[in-house]
Structure formats: C-alpha cells, structure tokens
Design a protein around this ligand. Structure first.
Ligand code: MSP
Length: 679
C-alpha cells in the first residue's frame, strides 16, 4: 500500500484579501506536498477559507454586502491566487459549504453525546479580531494577543468541558514531543495548559452568521470549533462517503502561523479527544512575515500582494525568497530590495547561470548530447570532490527538509551550485575545447558531465521549492517530466551519457533596479486606489474630520487623509454609492485621556453599541478630556486602522474645522441611540 501523507494550511479569513503573509503558509505547504509526492507518498493537500463568525459578519456590514456575497468574492480571490501561483492543493474547503456544515454538526453531536457540552452563560471579554474569549481581561481592557480593545459579551452559551482535558493534553505533549513544533511553541503551550484551563464557551447567541447548534438553532457554533473542524469535514467526516476520511485522517501536518497555536494545540486536540477521534500527528508553527518591522496585515495597512511579485519576477522567485530568506519558525522581514538582491545573486547569477553556461557548452562542444566523463586515468580530485559534495548535499538537504529547515536545505544546495561554479572557472572548459588532443577532449567531457550532473541534482532537490524553473531545467537536460523523479533514489551518476538536451533557454533573466521600482509603484498604486475609495468620500462627507486627518497625517509624516481622491469625477462630485461606502455612526465617549508627548492628541474609547473601540483624535487643544466623557459624537466607523504615537486608532471623529483649524465636534439636538448609522 502506498504511504499516505495529509497536510493542511489554516483556512484563511475572508475579511481580508490575500497577501504574501498568507502566501507564505500556502507556499510552505505546497513545497512539502510536492516533495512528499516526489518521495512516493499518496498526498492530500487541503486549503480553504474561514467564512463564519462575528468578524466576517462585521466586515460584510462595513462593506455594505451580505456576508455570503463577501465570502463568495474573497474566497474566490484566494482560490484564484493559489491557481495563478500553481499551488497543488487537492481540495478547497469553504466553511459556508453544506458538506462542512453537516460535518461540524455531527462533530458537535458526538462531543455532546459523550457528555462534554453543557449550557451556561458567559459574561466576559471577547476579541472579535482574534475571535477569542479573553478571560484575563476586564471591561475595556485590550486583547493580550492583538492589543485591540475587547468587547464585553454577556449571553447564553454552550460550554465545552475543556478543563477535563488538561491532564490528557499534558500527557499528549510529553509523550509525543513532535506533536508541536518548534520546541519554543511547545513550551509555551505546556506552560499555558499547566497554568490551568477553564471550560470554553463554544456557541454564540447574539448574532447569526454561523452554523446553527444542532437542536438549538438560536445559537451558532463558535467560529473556532467550526473552523478547526474543516480538517476532517473536508475529508467527508459526517457525510455518507467517509472514504477519504478513513484514508487520510489523522493529518500528518497542520501548518499554521504562530498566532493560532493555542487554537490548534489546545482546543483542537481537546475537541477530538472529546469526540474520541484520532489526533493529528503534528502541528508546525511558523513565524510572521514582517514588513517595515511589523507583522504584515490588512489592519496595519502594510501588506504586499503576491500578484505584484508574480508579475515582475514570477512565482518561483517568491517561493525561493520566502523559504531561503526566512528561518522557518522565526519572524522574517520582507523587502523588495532583499527580494531582488536574492533573486539576482542566487537565481539569475547562481542556478540560472550554472544552467545556461553548462547547457550552452554541451550544445556547442558536444552537439547537445551529454558527454562521457573520462576514465579514471584522466580524472582529477576536483571531479571526485564535486561528486562527493553532491552526495553529501543530497543527504543534508533531505535531513534539513525533514526538520522544516527550508532555509538551511537551500543553503546546502546552493553550496553545491557555488562549488560547481568555481570548478568550472578553475577547469576552464572553454580553453580545453580549443585544444585538439585526446586528453583535453576527455577532460572537457568530464568537466561538463560533472557540471550537468550537479545541475540535475540541484534541480531535483529544489523542484518542490521552485517547480516552474526546475521543470524547465529538467526538460533542457533532456530528462522529460521532473515530477516523475523519485527523490529517494536520487544519486550521483544517474545522468545518462548521450542524453539529448532539449531547447536551451535562460530560466532566470537578471532583474535590474527598475524591478524594485516597478513593484513598489504597483503596490503604491493599489494602496492609493483602495485608500481613495475609503478615505476619499470620508473626507468629503465629513469635511471636519480633516482636522483630525491632517493632524494624523502630520504626526505620522504620511499623506493626509483628506487629499483629493483620484477617483473623483472632474467636477469633484461623488456618487451616492461613493457616499454609501462611508460608515458614519453615533458613538459615546467612555474614556478620554491625553496622549503623552503629543499636545494635540487625545486617546478615546468610544462605545458603538456592540463594541468599544479606541480612537486617537487631534482635538486635545479644543477639548479637555474630562468634558468629553459621556458625550455622543459621530465617527467614521469603517476607516482603516492606523497607528499614532504607537496607539492604534480605529476610526475618526467627525468635527467642523474652523478658520484657525480648531475642531468643533459634530452632534445632535435630539438624543440619538449609540450605534445609529448616518445616511
Ligand atoms: N481563520 C483563521 C485560521 C483558522 S484555521 C482552522 C486565521 N486566518 S488568517 O487569515 O487570519 O490567518 C491564517 C494564516 O495566514 C496564519 O495562521 C498564518 O499562517 C498566515 N498569515 C497571515 N498573515 C501573516 C504574516 N504576516 N506572516 C506570516 N503568516 C501570516 O487565523
């Protein structure tokens, strides 16, 4: 029977469009899946989208769309990106699909019937951004994970007896040291569980965007129980056809980002234990991709889209860069400069150059047929050193890969590329070609055979990382379909003598400086296009917000929010649809305080009815903080968050701007309920 391998990505939230942070996880999984296939494993690779919960419901409201419409659009965008990148996923699960819903409800019933669910009520804090119950925070306190204000939730819920699994979980982590990788994450999880776990609320009853609880449809299932179950529902768990589930569960690897370790390493195994289902074999957490020192994320506005890189340098360049540059498990920085530098040094000048010079010389000197290496008599220690290094590279590469040390694996393969380059320079095949004697001809054959064989080995090893370019090199070597190469048999000396080369073409054309500018420009254009639709009308509708916008801009040194939107018609008018994009709401100020070191800024916490959020406003010179508490104001509620003096500001207070720039807050004569929308 074929060996099986099942790997999953997290399913991506559809409140944000895909960026290279998401692509990073998917690329890592795709690379592993491709390698497993090349090692003869029957491989199943799952990805998909996480479409329920309060966060998505709110994102849809803010976008003026039905949740299903938003999820359909964004889920399709993720899928289209993976297709464009050539990601070899075998299934794409959406949590709004019927197959998923049935499976989740079945899992719920099983946990319930085993006695691990009871009804209660939850009063406490909740972080909508992380969809996390925050037991440790008091009202108004921030989420310890993301720092955003938590909201107080008071509702009837169903609870899961998580406390019953503290001991079995510790037992699991200690008996299977590889269950959580890397070690640092494992230690964190052990410390977390040892510090005591409380029962977990697993349903919500104050909104409806989710899967109904079986036999009690007033409740929807907590979005993390819903989401985690995708790993089994996608295999048909709970359906009439569970053959895939029987075949591939338990998963070999759940690949995740480090911020969702608790859900995967504590909640998920506990749910499975409660349902008496087998546990996944391992959970591997990687670090974050940073851009300008911060985690790349939509809310920080510092994302880079994969599309830009695909267009300028191609998917292989992005894949190679992410896996080579970032030490897997740790955070790593992304920059266009570093990307282009690596591309040129390792791909254009490194592998690409080795391929084109070797293949071009075989074409020129041996009519495109792989030459014979000479017999022992004319071999030199340098030839054998390359063969020896290649053999060592194969085993080092494989060992590093097994440990998810992609960067180290690639480093060892590129050590071979560098050694062969040096070997070519030192042996001067071009000079040998000019000498008519038998011995020189034989040396020439040996040198070019050695270079071509090393090239073949590097191409095979790095195929899972750079499928496109290595497939081309393989075909140019005259070897056909690279995916048929069986990695476990890869050895020095398998390149057949006399193999007829395919058409030789460059695989990695050099990128010049303009590539960096082009990518930066594409990203800036994208940002100003999306900024124009959100900030433009906001500024137009709420002129006075300009006073805050201007001070935000000034204090951040960035473009002010009220710059003219490029999408305005020539007469400067906006359409009603443009205006409808601005979510103006009534909010009540709960907390107001000065921001240290910023004369103009106040930090406010405002209540919107269903959430409390933090806004940093440039009104300190006009209002004393104590006069503001309790006052109702109008805010732009769907503005992208931004950081001011290190504080996240989630929205903008609307005010009139008088001649001297002094802001006067907008308000109502009548008493208007908190949360009401202005249209
Ligand atoms: N929907 C949940 C996961 C549910 S899985 C049952 C979720 N979604 S997410 O879209 O916010 O993030 C999914 C994954 O994207 C993260 O775990 C991480 O793997 C990846 N990343 C998103 N931003 C990232 C970076 N800036 N850097 C690296 N990975 C990032 O959490």
């Amino acid at each position: 029977m074929a060996k099986k391998f099942y790997i999953t990505t997290p399913i991506y939230y559809v409140n944000a469009r895909p960026h290279i942070g998401h692509a990073y996880t998917t690329i890592a999984c795709d690379t592993i899946a491709r390698r497993q296939r090349m090692m003869g494993f029957e491989t199943w690779f799952l990805t998909g989208t996480d479409e329920h919960g309060q966060k998505i419901q709110r994102a849809a409201e803010a976008a003026g769309k039905a949740p299903q419409q938003l999820t359909d659009e964004v889920s399709a965008e993720f899928r289209a990106l993976w297709d464009r990148m050539g990601i070899t996923y075998d299934d794409y699960i959406r949590t709004t699909s019927e197959r998923h819903k049935l499976g989740v409800q079945e899992l719920w019933r099983r946990i319930r019937d085993n006695g691990y669910i009871y009804k209660g009520s939850y009063t406490g804090q909740y972080c909508v951004f992380d969809e996390l119950y925050v037991d440790s925070a008091g009202p108004g306190e921030p989420c310890p994970v993301c720092g955003r204000p938590t909201e107080t939730v008071k509702e009837e819920n169903y609870f899961f007896k998580l406390s019953a699994f503290a001991e079995p979980l510790i037992q699991l982590y200690t008996s299977q040291p590889d269950f959580i990788r890397p070690e640092t994450r494992r230690n964190e999880v052990i410390a977390f569980v040892r510090s005591g776990v409380r029962d977990l609320s697993i349903s919500r009853s104050t909104f409806s965007w989710g899967i109904p609880v079986p036999d009690d449809p007033k409740h929807v299932i907590y979005v993390w129980l819903d989401a985690l179950a995708n790993y089994v529902t996608a295999l048909g768990y709970g359906s009439n056809d569970a053959s895939k589930y029987e075949k591939f569960w338990p998963a070999d690897v759940h690949m995740i980002g480090k911020e969702i370790v608790r859900f995967h390493c504590v909640y998920w195994p506990a749910f499975l234990m409660a349902a008496r289902l087998p546990l996944p074999k391992s959970i591997v957490a990687h670090g974050w991709l940073l851009f300008e020192e911060n985690k790349m994320s939509k809310s920080r506005g510092n994302i880079v889209r994969a599309e830009t890189i695909l267009e300028v340098l191609g998917a292989d360049a992005l894949r190679y860069f992410l896996l080579r540059e970032v030490v897997f498990g740790q955070d790593g920085s992304f920059s266009f400069d570093a990307l282009v530098q690596r591309y040129n040094s390792d791909l254009a000048n490194g592998l690409g150059n080795l391929a084109s010079r070797t293949l071009a010389m075989i074409t020129r000197y041996f009519k495109g047929e792989v030459p014979y290496p000479s017999h022992a008599a004319s071999r030199t220690p340098a030839d054998d050193a390359i063969a020896k290094l290649a053999t060592k590279t194969i085993s080092d590469y494989q060992a590093s890969f097994e440990q998810y040390q992609f960067s180290r694996a690639l480093e060892s393969a590129w050590g071979l590329v560098a050694a062969v380059d040096k070997y070519i320079v030192e042996n001067e095949p071009w000079s040998l070609a000019e000498k008519p004697d038998e011995n020189s001809r034989s040396r020439l054959g040996t040198v070019l055979y050695t270079a071509a064989e090393a090239l073949r080995i590097v191409a095979a090893l790095s195929h899972p990382v750079m499928p496109g370019a290595t497939a081309k090199i393989w075909a140019q070597l005259g070897l056909g379909d690279i995916t048929k190469c069986f990695l476990l048999d890869l050895r020095w000396g398998q390149l057949h003598l006399g193999t007829k080369l395919g058409k030789v073409e460059p695989v990695f054309p050099r990128a010049d400086k303009s590539a960096i500018e082009r990518m930066q420009q594409m990203e800036n254009q994208e940002k100003s296009a999306s900024g124009a639709t959100e900030a433009g009308p906001a500024a137009a509708a709420a002129q006075a917000g300009a006073s805050q916008g201007a001070s935000q801009g000034a204090s951040q040194g960035s473009a002010p929010l009220n710059k003219p939107a490029e999408s305005l018609s020539p007469d400067g008018k906006i359409t009603i649809d443009d205006f409808a994009k601005v979510e103006l709401r009534v909010a009540q100020i709960k907390v107001a305080e000065k921001v240290k070191g910023a004369d103009k800024l106040l930090r406010l916490e405002v209540d919107l009815g269903n959430e409390v959020r933090q806004i940093v406003a440039g009104i300190a010179e006009a209002y004393a903080p104590e006069t503001l508490v309790g006052r109702k104001v109008v805010i732009v509620a769907n503005l992208q968050p931004r950081k001011l003096r290190g504080l996240e500001s989630n929205g903008m207070i609307v005010a009139a701007s008088l001649g001297d720039g002094k802001p006067v807050l907008a308000g109502f004569l009548e008493d208007v309920p908190v949360g009401a929308r202005l249209k």
